[in-house]
Design a protein around this ligand. Structure first.
Ligand code: GRF
Length: 214
């Protein structure tokens, strides 16, 4: 089977992007990173991808008249690079229902919380405030509703007494870097099926991903 041609959409640092790029170097990985696209021309992740010889594109949302025009430019760029799968990795723009529907089943996102808890921003602060004892991250298929959609993989970390949003966020981020490549491997290899909003077919890997990390 030929490899899926993946675009990673970023807005900033790009550490999840790096973990996907690293994983995709394996010859048996079912996807290749064919494009890194950012809505911010100055995103550090964009420069890093370029330095690694990966095709990059900046589609600046600020110079577009609105969301539709911005997405039309992105879509053009994705088509020019023959992209057939999208990974959102710290992409800080909301996507319209029509864009998401066009890519349904071929667009995934990583969120720094155990969904459906803590959708939205500032998840680590909010987890500490609520006093939860487990926190973590989720990779899910994207649907029009924000931070929702069938869940592919999750990982949990314990919340420690002395945690700050920064220390907790660092441990969660380490798990993000672990599960995003695994989730992309599963999604790109075509073994997953979605039934009634649930993802099936991850097999043994699914259990491993769900186990609390030390
Ligand atoms: C990550 O925490 C990701 O879960 C969230 O935004 C952050 C992006 O970080 N969606 P990075 O750019 O991948 O380093």
């Amino acid at each position: 089977m030929s490899k899926r041609r993946v675009a990673i959409l970023i807005s900033g640092r790009g550490s999840n992007m790096e973990s996907l790029i690293a994983a995709a170097r394996a010859s048996d990985f079912p996807a290749e990173i064919a494009l890194v696209l950012s809505n911010r021309p100055d995103a550090p992740g964009l420069a890093s991808a370029k330095a690694q010889g990966i095709a990059t594109a900046a589609v600046d949302h600020k110079i577009h008249a609105g969301r539709e025009a911005f997405e039309a430019s992105m879509q053009k760029m994705l088509e020019a690079h023959r992209i057939d799968f999208i990974c959102l990795a710290g992409f800080m723009r909301l996507l319209t229902a029509s864009f998401v529907t066009h890519w349904a089943g071929r667009i995934i996102n990583i969120h720094p919380a155990i969904l459906p808890a803590f959708t939205g921003l500032h998840t680590h602060e909010r987890a500490l405030k609520e006093g939860v004892k487990l926190h973590g991250c989720t990779v899910h298929f994207v649907v029009p509703e924000m931070d929702a959609g069938p869940i592919i993989a999750q990982a949990a970390v314990s919340v420690l007494d002395g945690d700050t949003p920064e220390t907790l966020g660092r441990r969660v981020l380490a798990q993000e870097h672990r599960i995003y490549p695994l989730a992309l491997r599963l999604a790109a290899s075509g073994v997953l099926r979605i039934e009634d909003g649930r993802v099936f077919g991850a097999g043994g890997a699914e259990a491993a991903l769900a186990s609390p990390a030390p």
